[in-house]
Every structure is written in C-alpha cells, then in structure tokens.
Ligand binder design. Structure first.
Ligand SMILES: Nc1ncnc2c1ncn2[C@@H]1O[C@H](COP(=O)(O)OP(=O)(O)O)[C@@H](O)[C@H]1O
Ligand SMILES: [Mg+2]
Length: 402
C-alpha cells in the first residue's frame, strides 16, 4: 500500500467520532414528523379548514405569535395533510403557501400574484404585463374549477409593509366575484401588533378566526429538542445537561424553538470543528455568544447609511473611553463624518430618533436620564462584546468610505 493511502486510512480511523447523524434535522427548515405541544392549535386549525373537503369555504384565519412558536410548521403541516386527504377523495382542495418575506416573490402585487399563478402550475412572464392582466389571469385560473383554494400568506406583515393593505383588501373580497371557486386566506405574523394597524375592513375579514401561538416554556422546548436530537445527533455525543440548558436559554428569550435548535446545532458544530468527544454545557455558552455575534453583525450590515454613521460616531466616542456619552456628543462627531463623506446631515432631533432605533436593535443602550431643570438627555453605551465591536467597526469603516 502506498504511504499516501495509508495516511488517509490512518487519519480516517483516528479521526474523532462524528457528531451529526443528520444535521438537517437540527435546522429550522426541517419538518419533523411529530409536533409536540401544539395539539390544540393543530386541532383548531384542522377544524377551521375541514369544511373545504366538502366544498365549503373555510373562514379566513389570522395566526399570530412570537417567532419560533411553530406557526409556519403547523400551518404547512395542516396544508399538506388537507391536500393529502383531498387527493384521496374529491380533490377539491388546493393549498398555496407563500412566505411574503422572500425577496422577488412578494415585493410587488405583480410578483405576488405571478407567484400564486406559478404555484397553480401555470406560467406568466416575470415582468412586463399590466398588473390588472396578471390579476385577471389569476382570477380565471382560480375560477376555472369548482374547488377551494387556501392561500397561506406567511409573514403577511412584511407584505403590508411593502405594498400597503390594498392587496389584502382586494383579496379578501375575491369571493364576491368568483362563480365556481372559493378562496380562503390564512395570514400569519410574528408581529403581535400587526392586526391593529390594518384598515378595520381588512382586519375584520382577515381575522374571521384568530389563533394565538403562545411561547413554549422550558419543558416544552426540551421535548421538542429531544425529538430533533434523536434524529440529528449520534447518541453518544450529547451530555445530559445540554438539552435542558438550550431549552432554558431559549425559554428566557420568549420561548423560541428556533433559537433552542440553533443553540443545539451550533454547539454541535463547535464540537465537530474542534474534534472534541462530547457536547457539553460549555459549548452551549460558546454557541450562544457566536449566535449573538453573528446576529448583531448581520443587523449592522443592513442598517441604513445614516444610522451607520450614527453608530460609527458612537463607537468613536467609546473608543476615546468617553464616559456618559450623550446625544449631543454623538451629533458633533456625526456632523463631521457627514461633511467628510459628503452625506447630507440630518437634524439632531432625527439623530435622537435613530439612536432610539439602535437602542431597540440591542446594539446600543440609550437610557434616558433626567438633568433636573435642564431637561432630559440620553446616556449612550454600546451593548455588544469587544470582539463584536471590533467587527462592527470594520464593517462600518468599509461601508462608510468616501
Ligand atoms: N412543536 C414543535 N415541535 C417540533 N419542532 C418545532 C415545534 N415548534 C417549532 N418547531 C421548530 O422550531 C423552528 C421554528 O418554528 P416555526 O414554525 O418556523 O416558527 P414560527 O413560524 O412561529 O416563527 C422550526 O425548525 C420548527 O421545526
Ligand atoms: Mg414563521
């Protein structure tokens, strides 16, 4: 045997034991076979959509709850089960799923309706037709049969953000024109206040039925993780304390199952990379830092330019070891940076708003303090780790060159 092959075999034998049996099972795209702790929601959804199997129009449903509470998973699951049942019988039901957050799918009414047409198996040019023609085509396809079409609009709040609520208004009224077909909408949002900003007419038709997905508690998250870990990991790799720890951390963060899964998967990835023998609590801590770091870095990249300058200015002050940084201090540096980069400077009032927005993202902390009879001001601090700060500064230096 040549030396080369020997080394390869030797390395393979001595290489540490593999961590993942099926890494996919630990990502958020994976559809698990069982969905623990959502029986009530699944049963309610099932009974709302069931009339479609006999040709009846189900009520429109509005589903809301914080991120990672299983809304997308359950809605898709119900949709698939419903179609399966319909295929066995009268073939009356069609479910169309759209995530409105997806770019190039739900940016404009044209794109959205074109996507629905595509999901119905027909083709339509990606651009170029009058929007009305696209609507008419959709309408004709739908009304060509006696069937019930259920349209799931996931993250429907982003749709309203992009194109207002006229689309929803038109869409919830489509049944008045249809002769053969019936349409029902299942709207889903992570934004608990979304429904309140809608036009009352849209609101009442979209939420003929409402369904809340409450956050999971730590024990429920443990069950969810156990199921996924059994499929995802080799059974010798997990120390006992890991799942309870991931569950506890995610429960503190509003009971988010996606967060819990991310912690578990990233902890596994760290162990895999370091060729360590077992996943322990320590790796969950490292995973937590890594996820926070990645999330902050990503959110900085997508900030508007003006906000980037404000953040850059704040970091300058922090780097000068300035204590009690106030809005006025940030504004001074901001104005200079604007001059330097040719950006039009906003008023101090607007900058104060941008500082509040940064506060909401969790990148900075801007506490309002009273100055007695001199009014109020903010005390601004960075609330990210040192390595995250360095990384953010690199990103901003790169993005804010003249
Ligand atoms: N009850 C559950 N059982 C198993 N996995 C779940 C459960 N709830 C959520 N998940 C998983 O958590 C992640 C987030 O769920 P998702 O349905 O996308 O949440 P939402 O749409 O509410 O933000 C997905 O990977 C999903 O598979
Ligand atoms: Mg979702």
């Amino acid at each position: 045997m040549s030396r080369n092959i020997q080394t390869i075999f030797q390395e393979f034998i001595t290489k540490s034991t593999p961590v993942f049996k099926n890494r996919d099972a630990l990502t958020s795209h994976f559809a698990p076979e069982t969905i623990p702790h959502r029986n009530e929601q699944i049963n309610t959804l099932a009974s709302i959509v069931a009339p479609s199997l006999k040709g009846g129009r189900p009520s429109n449903i509005f589903i809301y709850g914080l991120t990672g509470t299983g809304k997308t998973l359950c809605a898709k699951y119900i949709g698939e089960e419903l179609e399966k049942m319909s295929h066995q019988g009268t073939n009356l039901v069609k479910v169309l799923y759209i995530n409105c957050k997806m770019k190039k799918v739900a940016d404009t009414e044209y794109r959205l309706v074109a996507e629905l047409i595509r999901l119905l198996g027909e083709d339509i040019p990606a651009t170029g037709l009058p929007t009305e023609t696209v609507y008419q085509t959709f309408f004709n396809i739908i009304d060509s049969r006696e069937w019930v079409v259920i349209v799931i609009l996931d993250e429907v709040d982003t749709l309203v953000e992009k194109m207002g609520d006229s689309f929803l208004y038109n869409f919830t009224r489509i049944n008045q024109e249809l002769k053969k077909a019936k349409v029902a909408i299942m709207g889903i949002t992570n934004d608990l206040h979304f429904i309140d900003i809608l036009d009352p007419r849209v609101k009442s038709s979209l939420s003929e039925e409402e369904l809340l997905f409450p956050p999971y508690n730590a024990l429920e998250l443990q069950d969810i993780l156990k199921h996924r870990a059994e499929i995802g990991f080799h059974n010798y790799i997990l120390s006992e304390e890991v799942i309870p720890k991931c569950a506890a951390l995610a429960a503190q963060e509003h009971g988010d199952a996606r967060r819990a899964l991310d912690l578990l998967r990233v902890a596994g990835e760290i162990v895999e990379r370091n060729s360590e023998p077992k996943i322990t609590e320590k790796h969950v801590d490292i995973a937590q830092d890594k996820i926070d770091y990645d999330r902050i870095v990503e959110s900085v990249k997508s900030l508007p330019k003006q906000t980037k300058v404000v953040l850059w200015s704040t970091i300058q002050l922090v780097d000068q070891k300035r204590e009690d940084i106030q809005t006025g201090d940030v504004y001074g540096i901001y104005e200079n940076k604007c001059k330097e980069t040719g950006l039009y400077p906003l008023t101090q009032r607007r900058i104060s708003d941008l500082i509040s927005e940064l506060d909401m993202t969790g990148i900075i902390n801007a506490k309002i303090v009273s100055l007695g009879r001199y009014g109020r001001t903010r005390e601004i601090k960075l609330s990210v780790s040192q390595p995250a700060k360095e990384k953010i500064r690199d990103i901003l230096d790169h993005d804010l060159v003249i």
